[in-house]
Design a protein around this ligand. Structure first.
Ligand code: ADP
Ligand code: MG
Length: 728
């Protein structure tokens, strides 16, 4: 059995970096080379077709069949010139990955001839018989058909000779089965709500887009070692493994020189990403050994979401070429930092203004404060739903672990903004403002510096931090699709902005001046949302106590967090804006629970298997070595053997105790699984798995990790942490 580990180690030492060639031209020469973007459309589509596509994208309108036929023709010509032979609708089902089914352009004719075809109807819509995507019961009826439909607002691209057409995925009955459908809807409602508010300040604003800049953290492990760890291979994380003597204590990895093998991999996937129009800007070592990060320039949210999911696929594939494995799991290794996916979120107008960036004048700053305070109020009202949007099995290993924010939503605003908020709260009275007060407030607001980074970027412990010109939602896990948190944030803020506009209009109608009306409502929101503002250490125990005093929820039980999807408030929120109806929310709730319990079930099975087939046999083998040793000593030293072997005897006993505990708890774990497997209700079952199965996964590991420290290194079958996290 030890072969598993030592074969893997041998393989690595024999392995040299394969020659990988990178383009030696400047990136801008090949950036977007594989994307059918506006520029390519202009070249490959007749002028009137191009214009109607662009208008349809901008106004969110349907594209008629005739236009679609011509787009399909242009797309096919463009793609075939670049070597493409197949096309596919590319969509994002509810399982944090992407789906594709390739069809060829090639059409054989019965008499032996053939031609290449791609029609508008297949571009626009395809029927999918893929009934095994997560659907939460939406497709369990007699009618299991689903449709994918072209999303023209995200450009098509070529990967491995297949043109991928970004699409949405809906059930036959119209319910969404993916992340993109509600995301697109949330972008539209937020656009409308934000434009209405912007109109209070600037009549030229007629479009507001959501911007998203994600930061993707990940781990890299050698493929041979990965394959020798069944837990990593099947669960994406290690279920056992004693922490290495040296991991991240010396802070010598963060921003250090990137190991050569990894740089090689990075350059390779980046070159592919640039061809696909993914505007990567940053790469660096993260805190934990073997942990890295990449981040692009922010983009329109819809495209940014596509780019993130696409990049994750590209990274996985590229890693294989380098005999590496990329781990997107939030917590692959205990004891070192886990991985997140910060979602940097903001709003930009058609006039080129970032609505969350302070401006130069009091007028632009009052607009900034309006959006800031509305975001604050939305986070206050729907914070628990925001946390539910990022809750899942894998992320729960990371949240609250002293390295990522706990499952409490708070907002960090920074000293300057806090001072302004406090002064507005103190100075604006509900009655008419005195001219002096007005001037004071104007002066305060005018004082917000355009660049706030100096005092806003310090607090890294807040889950929703204002970082100078955007909010950064840091609780999102590295493996998640960032669409879900975005759907919640967008909808909550759309609701808030709509409410704001109504309240301000009412005051104006009753004779209050516009500026004063805006300030009064801002003040009201500042007061109402006060308890989620927190500037201190979000990782500290004190904060958890303080948050409890403030009445903020800290839901660390995962299935309990999922319940937020189906509360009356959530159903009302999503229903009011037509983002997700009650059926769709219940389906998502079901999917979340099912995914959760399946992951726990897999982990529990893998752990049981490893314990019984690797750990216990290894422990017994080593125990026998010790027993033989004691027997030998007894034979040679019949009078002194007991004293001489006292330590060995203790170890033999410890091994017995640990093996016994592993056996007993493995048995109880299986019994708990059996009990909950008999329950039909998915959410109840998930809760059962959370409270009765999951605790064994953590407790059994403790015994195994103790054994790892005792047993002869040569007998241990699984690569150890110090080996897994050693990449050069
Ligand atoms: P840090 O690690 O300090 O947060 P990074 O440079 O790693 O900084 O990441 C910053 C991220 O924020 C990038 O993805 C960037 O594109 C994004 N970002 C910057 N401005 C905006 C904005 N206005 N809207 C959305 N994202 C933004
Ligand atoms: Mg960041």
């Amino acid at each position: 059995m030890a072969r598993l580990r030592f074969n893997a180690m041998g393989e690595i030492s024999r392995r040299k970096n394969k020659e990988v060639s990178f383009p030696d031209e400047k990136i801008s020469n090949y950036f977007n080379a594989d994307v059918f973007n506006k520029e390519q459309m202009r070249q490959y589509l007749p002028k009137d077709v191009y214009e109607s596509v662009i208008t349809a994208i901008e106004e969110g309108r349907r594209i008629d069949r005739k236009v679609a036929d011509q787009v399909a023709l242009g797309m096919k010509t463009w793609a075939m010139e670049r070597g493409a032979t197949h096309y596919t609708h590319w969509f994002q089902p509810l399982n944090d990955s992407t789906a594709e089914k390739h069809d060829s352009f090639f059409e054989p004719i019965w008499d032996g001839g053939s031609f290449e075809a791609f029609r508008g109807d297949v571009l626009v819509q395809q029927e999918s018989d893929a009934s095994s995507f997560p659907n939460g019961g939406l497709r369990n009826t007699f009618e299991a058909r689903g449709y994918s439909a072209w999303d023209p607002s995200s450009p098509a691209f070529i990967v491995d000779q297949t043109i991928c057409i970004p699409s949405i995925f809906v059930a036959y009955t119209g319910e969404a089965l993916d992340f993109k459908t509600p995301l697109l809807k949330s972008l539209t409602v937020l656009d409308k709500a934000a434009v209405d508010v912007c109109q209070l300040f600037d009549k030229d604003v007629n479009k507001v887009v959501t911007t998203l800049g994600w930061e993707q953290e990940y781990f890299i492990v050698d493929e041979a070692l990965f394959n020798a760890r069944p837990d990593l291979a099947q669960c994406g994380r290690t279920l056992m493994g004693h922490i290495a003597a040296k991991d991240q204590q010396l802070d010598d990895h963060y921003w250090g020189a990137i190991p050569e093998r990894v740089v090689c991999f990075m350059k390779d996937f980046e070159a592919k990403a640039y061809r696909l129009g993914i505007p990567l800007k940053t790469r660096h070592n993260e805190v934990a050994p073997n942990q890295f990060e990449c981040a692009p320039m922010f983009e329109e949210a819809n495209i940014a979401v596509d780019h993130n999911t696409l990049l994750m696929t590209i990274m996985r594939r590229t890693a294989a070429k380098h005999k590496l494995k990329v781990l997107f799991h939030e917590k692959p290794f205990m004891g070192v930092n886990g991985s997140g996916k910060h979602c940097n979120w903001s709003l930009a107008t058609n006039t080129g203004v970032n609505l969350l960036a302070p401006g130069k004048t009091p007028k632009t700053n009052i607009q900034f404060l309006t959006f800031f305070v509305n975001a604050l109020k939305a986070a206050h009202d729907y914070g628990t739903l925001m946390m539910a949007s990022i809750a899942n099995e894998t992320n729960s290993h990371r949240l609250g672990g002293g390295e990522a924010p706990p499952a409490i939503l708070s907002v960090f605003s920074g000293t300057t903004i806090n001072a302004i908020l406090d002064s507005i709260e103190a100075k604006v009275s509900d009655k008419k403002l005195s001219p002096d007060k007005k001037t004071e407030i104007k002066l305060d607001i005018g004082k917000i510096p355009e660049i706030l980074l100096d005092n806003t970027d310090r607090n890294r412990t807040s889950p929703f931090a204002f970082t100078g010109n955007r909010f950064e939602f840091r609780a999102t896990g590295s493996s998640s699709n960032c669409a879900m948190p975005l759907i919640v944030i967008n909808t909550a803020i759309a609701k808030q902005l709509t409410q704001f506009k109504i309240e301000v209009d009412l005051l104006i109608e009753s004779g209050t001046k516009k500026d004063e009306a805006i300030l009064q409502i801002i003040r009201k929101y500042i007061i109402e949302s006060k308890n989620i503002r927190f500037e201190g250490n979000g990782y500290g125990k004190e904060w958890i106590e303080e948050a409890t005093r403030r009445g903020l929820k800290n839901i660390s039980n995962v299935p309990l967090a999922f319940k937020e999807y189906v509360t009356d408030e959530s159903i009302a929120l999503f229903g009011e804006f037509g983002i997700l109806n009650s059926t769709e929310l219940h389906a998502r709730y079901e999917v979340k629970n099912e995914m959760f319990l399946k992951k726990v079930q897999i982990e529990s099975r893998v752990l049981g298997d490893l314990a019984a087939n690797h750990i216990i046999p290894t422990a017994i083998k080593y125990q026998n070595v010790l027993i033989d040793n004691v027997k030998g000593i007894k034979e040679i030293f019949p009078t002194e053997w007991e004293l001489m072997s006292s330590e060995e005897i203790k170890t033999i006993k410890t091994i017995s105790d640990l093996v016994k505990s592993i056996r007993e708890e493995s048995f109880l774990m299986v019994e708990a699984r059996k009990k909950w497997n008999c329950v039909d209700c998915i959410s109840e079952k998930a809760m059962g798995y959370e409270t009765e199965v999951r605790p064994y996964i953590s407790s059994i590991r403790i015994y195994i990790d103790k054994l790892e420290l005792i047993i002869d290194d040569r007998l241990w079958t699984l690569p150890k942490y110090r080996e897994l996290m050693q990449i050069s």
